[in-house]
Design a protein around this ligand. Structure first.
Ligand code: PL3
Ligand code: FE2
Ligand code: FE2
Length: 231
């Protein structure tokens, strides 16, 4: 939103672009890998949803392969070590939730927060991507809506008993998203992606998800305010 539709002035082969891409591409590759791992773990935690969750995990490993190809296409080596650190806090919170059987926390982190982050980022990236990456990303973002929908449907069906844990997990994890957005801001700008647009699209997707699950506008306002001071 608010972005120019085509940016012919972007030089995808400049050193500046490739340097920023080495981190952004790694973040996306690592994000897809973690999403794969998380859906496998969720399949263990929710045996009645096992087949569907395994299906989602397979989509994530396809996404990872697609973004690896995007890096190769630009002759960029992804900085995976950087990306692991980028995801570490969310990763640890997901692991801790899983170890305690807190499936609601795990769903909030993966299917709401991470998927909304991916949906915002990919939609903002598509108009400014190189032709190869644009086609890949267009295919990927369609799948991410399916993943978000899985979380929405499950949490809506278990809303009353999940509400308190969702509020607590939101409070713990939303500030981490703002930290991540701040960390990626400069590299994203080199790719012609503005932080304000990322924040706006993330909040729209996340707020809509909370509304679909059953939260009131008042709840959503309160929940969205966490960590906003850091943005
Ligand atoms: C879920 O299926 C995948 C999770 C990936 C998370 C992506 C976060 C991306 C933030 C970085 C913004 C730049 C995106 C550029 C797209 C190539
Ligand atoms: Fe994905
Ligand atoms: Fe996903």
């Amino acid at each position: 939103m608010g972005q120019i539709a085509a940016s012919p002035e972007i030089d995808f082969h400049s050193e500046t672009y490739k340097d920023a891409y080495s981190r952004i591409n790694a973040i996306v590759i690592e994000g897809e890998q973690e999403a794969y791992d998380n859906y496998i773990k969720l399949a263990e935690l929710l045996p009645e949803e096992k087949d569907e969750l395994i299906r989602l995990s397979k989509m994530e490993s396809r996404h990872k392969k697609g973004f690896e190809a995007c890096g190769r296409n630009l002759q960029v080596a992804p900085d995976i070590e950087f990306a692991r650190k980028f995801f570490l806090q969310l990763h640890q919170n997901f692991q801790a939730g899983a170890a305690q059987g807190n499936v609601v926390t795990c769903l909030l982190i993966q299917s709401l927060i991470i998927e909304c982050f991916a949906i915002a980022a990919y939609n903002i990236y598509i108009p400014v991507a190189d032709d190869f990456a644009r086609k890949i990303t267009e295919g990927v973002v369609k799948d991410e809506y399916t993943h978000l929908n899985f979380g929405e449907v499950w949490l809506k069906a278990h809303f009353e008993e999940s509400k308190a844990e969702l509020a607590q997990a939101n409070r713990q994890n939303l500030p981490i998203v703002w930290r991540m957005l701040n960390e990626v801001e400069n590299d994203a700008r080199v790719l012609a992606m503005e932080k304000e647009a990322l924040v706006e699209d993330f909040m729209i997707a996340y707020g809509e998800a909370l509304s679909n699950i059953g939260f009131t506008t008042r709840d959503i306002m309160r929940m969205s305010a966490y960590g906003l001071a850091a943005a």
